[in-house]
Design a protein around this ligand. Sequence first.
Ligand SMILES: [Zn+2]
Ligand SMILES: [Zn+2]
Length: 100
Amino acid sequence: MRVRCGACATEVDVAGEGRFKCPACGAVNQVSGGLGGASAPPPAKPTISSVPTMPVPPAEPSPRIVCPDCSFSFIVGAVDTATCPNCQADVPVGAGPTDD
Ligand SMILES: [Zn+2]
Ligand SMILES: [Zn+2]
């Protein structure tokens, strides 16, 4: 079977699957079965079970507030006071999490 060297792309005639050394550049290539087809998927990463994983809290949805001045509804982040993007009014964010 003909394969291409992964280093210099030289076509090399090999007997079959396995390793071969490119005669042109000396690079060792691995020939896997299945021409052009994807071989077995790479092994999945081992799951580390011995280390207790910190519970990751789900991302809280950003609070949506309504500007009292123009009734424009917008999403704010973790801030005390947001500026209305519509009328630039300072809008207090009441539902924000307090972290004292
Ligand atoms: Zn080569
Ligand atoms: Zn507004």
